[in-house]
Design a protein around this ligand. Structure first.
Ligand SMILES: NC(=O)c1ccc[n+]([C@@H]2O[C@H](COP(=O)([O-])OP(=O)(O)OC[C@H]3O[C@@H](n4cnc5c(N)ncnc54)[C@H](OP(=O)(O)O)[C@@H]3O)[C@@H](O)[C@H]2O)c1
Length: 254
């Protein structure tokens, strides 16, 4: 990936396999992440929550994050084959092209990746506006995972469909037909709960925002609306600190 900008947030690395207690950029902290695996399908959930586990303030996640969280968010996107999100998140967060920085797209191409990761939207109702910046971008490739039979109206982006209600089937198809090995899922909670219910979360990147939100309307939790049959056990592999925000990487213990 391109060298970090001089004003890029620096993190204290509290736990890391390669650089213990060092000051690192988001790119350095994640430098080994893509190669950390054997090319099998991996799903990494990336979310942010308040200290009391709430995932939105006034219906949006933006107020929980900041520049450091965004640096890690973009560093994960930069290394992904596919970036997946539920239709609710795509609509609320007004998704645009996944990688906006031209330097990052060029670097991906040099590394043999597609300039843009595949964008994957999971939806039952297919109520997605073709004017959404992501769907309106002719350089983006989008896969819609849906059990529905209809199509979206014409979009400038290249749109394909995976017709299934099973996230396991959808992920297998993304892997086999679209060459996606490393999939970053950006939520929201309904989609994350669907993945957790089928034990499909291989790792979790969790930013913890130093705020107490409480039981405000729409504040939600990481897996609102569902639950795995039994709690998923996680192992902590990385812990970064920036100001009072923690950023953890957990691996599923299966
Ligand atoms: N803190 C964070 O990291 C974070 C991340 C993302 C989102 N959020 C917040 O989460 C809130 C949105 O929550 P949400 O639960 O509505 O988000 P969501 O999971 O992104 O969206 C829910 C919608 O996604 C589709 N969907 C989800 N699971 C599906 C499945 N298994 N099969 C088919 N379609 C599926 C459905 O779309 P259709 O309605 O099109 O049928 C469903 O209505 C917002 O406040 C957002 O800001 C927070």
């Amino acid at each position: 990936m391109p060298a970090a900008k001089t004003d890029a947030p620096r993190f204290v690395s509290l736990i890391s396999q390669s650089t213990p207690r060092a000051m690192v950029t988001a790119e350095q902290a994640l430098s080994d992440w893509r190669v950390d695996g054997d090319g099998d399908l991996r799903v990494a959930l990336n979310m942010i929550a308040s200290v009391d586990g709430r995932i939105a303030i006034d219906g949006r996640s933006a107020a929980l994050g900041g520049p450091a969280d965004r640096a890690l968010f973009h560093a994960l996107r930069a290394r992904a084959d596919a970036v997946m999100a539920g239709a609710g998140t795509v609509r609320i967060e007004h998704y645009g092209p996944i990688i906006r920085d031209r330097r990052v797209r060029e670097q991906r191409t040099k590394e043999g990746l597609s300039a843009q990761p595949l964008a994957v939207i999971v939806s039952r109702r297919l109520d997605l506006d073709p004017a959404l910046p992501l769907l309106d971008d002719r350089d983006s490739r989008v896969v819609i995972v849906t059990p529905a039979s209809g199509d979206l109206p014409y979009c400038r982006a290249k749109v394909d469909y995976i017709r299934t209600a099973s996230m396991r089937t959808a992920l297998a198809e993304l892997h086999e037909s679209h060459g996606a090995h490393l999939i970053v899922c950006e939520g929201g909670p309904s989609l994350s709960a669907s993945l957790a219910a089928e034990s499909l979360i291989d790792e979790l990147f969790l930013a913890t925002s130093p705020q107490l939100v409480g039981d405000a309307p729409g504040a939600g939790t990481l897996l609102s609306g569902g639950a795995p049959a039994k709690p998923l056990s996680l192992e902590l592999r990385m812990l970064l600190l920036h100001d009072s925000q923690l950023y953890a990487r957990y691996i599923s213990k299966g």
